[in-house]
Design a protein around this ligand. Structure first.
Ligand SMILES: Cc1cc2nc3c(=O)[nH]c(=O)nc-3n(C[C@H](O)[C@H](O)[C@H](O)COP(=O)(O)OP(=O)(O)OC[C@H]3O[C@@H](n4cnc5c(N)ncnc54)[C@H](O)[C@@H]3O)c2cc1C
Length: 498
């Protein structure tokens, strides 16, 4: 298995010299806002990142990179190809946030589809990956293009059953030994698919964003500050942004030339402040954390397809070090929630989630519900991996609400939209779309004459992240574990998985 190796293109590029005095405010320090802040501050733009919480990237969970969108059979090929390209860019900029392990996708016998139905899309993805690598070898971050996916027959899996469990993957089939030994092969259709879809660690991402933002003099981070109002001055130039400190309640008002609304599922609240109309949906979902003390060998990400919203909904097992797993089950009793998906209306761009979801986000979950849903997620996986029934709940759930712009609840590849002058809103559904949002907003700053295209030169499209990429492996791990501890999750979720 090829390890991620990224050429630091930035070291070959000259340092940008931007004379722009524009002041940019980014509201919301999730993966979208933090990525934009890094993209701009690395170029030397005066950037203020305003986050109402105490730390960055602390929104809904992130565990899959989605390099090809193979977890979603229901989305169109174009979205999958977009996610592939965006994920490659994400690995190049944030290699230390990536957990390098493949994904194994199996179709249970109860599923309506056939493994061969997946082939046409996989071939398109492999062809696109190959083109991208030919165009620029730095894009080769998911291994050799010809190995992007491979199907394994039942005979091939049965040949692995008696092998000793590898502790390090020297070849792709090493990832299948524990799978072959523990999965009930009689419950599956064959062949099973292995695809180079890696993991993305939210804690490591948060660590890189925090470390780099602290080191970038042109980025002004304001945590514990909530934006409570935005108005346009009488001359119509820029925005007056009012913030309130979460503890002291102190109010501050500042002028910015350009405002970016990166408030995730709360983006509609900021849209409403500036009277920007927008149709969007918001969905509350949760994943669960289990510890499998008897876990042996190497586990890839394992996905058992199923019909979303039914009791047979997709089951996902995401491995972390030391026997910890993050679990999803796309049923109403596990990851999804009755009335968890809501839409905006004509009078407000902010979809209104029921109070019981807001309480879970802002306060905490009832203990009984944590235990009920986590045990449900363990049982859901144990249908296919019987020994997994000995796993135990290991932490509170990883949960939150995410926005989906427009009216298609299946949309997975989205980035940004603009309203009027000098106002952008990020609308990412997946973390890997954050860089595309940053690129598009940078182009809008040029279009608005706030930055000179000539001064920006190649940096309009080249990702220049020298400070972010200088964070060492040890620094990232230490900060990621600190954040996991503060947020009361097992430290294993913050450790590198390889
Ligand atoms: C269960 C679940 C699993 C998921 N798994 C994955 C996955 O594996 N891979 C993946 O790519 N994506 C995944 N997602 C989606 C992903 O979590 C989101 O798409 C992503 O977090 C969105 O990032 P964001 O920066 O747009 O929003 P957020 O992360 O929500 O950040 C918005 C920020 O804005 C701040 N804010 C809001 N209002 C204000 C205000 N008025 N003033 C100041 N700050 C404000 C908030 O505090 C927050 O920090 C998952 C989502 C869920 C719910």
């Amino acid at each position: 298995m090829t390890k991620v190796s990224v050429a630091h293109n930035s070291s070959k590029l000259h340092k940008p010299r931007l004379s722009s005095k524009a002041k940019v405010a980014i509201i919301g320090g999730g993966v979208a806002g933090s990525t934009i802040a890094l993209r701009f501050a690395e170029l030397g733009l005066d950037t203020t990142l305003i986050e109402k919480g105490p730390s960055l990237v602390n929104g809904p969970p992130i565990c899959h990179l989605h390099a090809g969108g193979n977890l979603y059979r229901e989305i169109c090929d174009e979205q999958c190809l977009t996610l592939l390209q965006q994920s490659i860019d994400t690995v190049k900029v944030y290699p230390k946030s990536v957990n390098v392990r493949p994904t194994v996708i199996a179709l249970p016998k109860t599923d309506h589809g056939q493994p061969e139905d997946l082939l046409p899309r996989l071939e398109k993805l492999r062809a696109r990956y190959s083109e991208l690598v030919k165009a620029d070898v730095r894009n080769k971050v998911l291994g050799e293009p010809e190995n992007y996916f491979r199907f394994y027959s039942r005979t091939e899996l049965e040949a692995l059953v008696d092998l000793p469990l590898p502790t390090v993957a020297k070849k792709d089939s090493d990832w299948l030994v524990a799978f072959a030994q523990h999965v009930d092969l009689n419950s599956l259709k064959f062949p099973v698919l292995m695809v180079q879809e890696y993991g993305l660690s939210a804690f490591r991402f948060a660590a890189i964003a925090s470390l780099a933002i602290e080191a970038l003099p042109s980025c002004h981070l304001q945590t514990n500050r909530q934006v409570v109002d935005i108005t346009q001055p009488e001359n119509g130039l820029g925005w007056q942004v009012t913030t309130q400190h979460q503890q002291s309640q102190a109010i501050e008002c500042n002028h910015f030339d350009y405002v970016i609304n990166a408030c995730g599922f709360k983006s509609g609240e900021i849209d409403d402040m500036v009277s920007a109309k927008r149709k969007r949906m918001v969905e509350f979902k949760a994943a669960y954390v289990a510890h499998w003390a008897k876990c042996e060998g190497l586990w890839p990400e394992v996905v058992f397809y199923g019909e979303r919203g039914t009791p047979q909904g997709m089951a996902q097992l995401t491995p972390y070090p030391e026997g910890y797993f993050q679990l999803h089950g796309m049923t109403q009793d596990i990851t999804l929630f009755d009335q968890g998906l809501v839409a905006s209306c004509d009078t407000s761009a902010q979809p209104k989630l029921a109070q019981r979801f807001i309480e879970k986000i802002d306060k905490q979950w009832p203990e009984q519900l944590i235990s009920h849903r986590t045990l449900g997620s363990i049982e859901h996986i144990a249908q296919f991996i019987p020994a997994f029934s000995s796993a135990e709940a290991a932490a509170k759930p990883l949960f939150g609400a995410q926005q989906i712009p427009g009216e298609d609840a299946d949309l997975r590849a989205a980035d940004v939209s603009f309203y009027g002058k000098h106002y952008a809103r990020t609308e990412i559904v997946k973390a890997s779309s954050a860089l595309a949002a940053a690129d598009a907003i940078l182009a809008d700053l040029v279009a608005c004459d706030l930055i000179s295209a000539a001064e920006l030169g190649c940096y309009l499209t080249e990702h220049y992240f020298p400070v972010s990429q200088q964070c060492s492996e040890a620094q990232v791990s230490d900060r990621a574990m600190e954040l996991a501890a503060q947020r009361e999750y097992p430290l294993a979720l913050a450790k590198i998985f390889s």
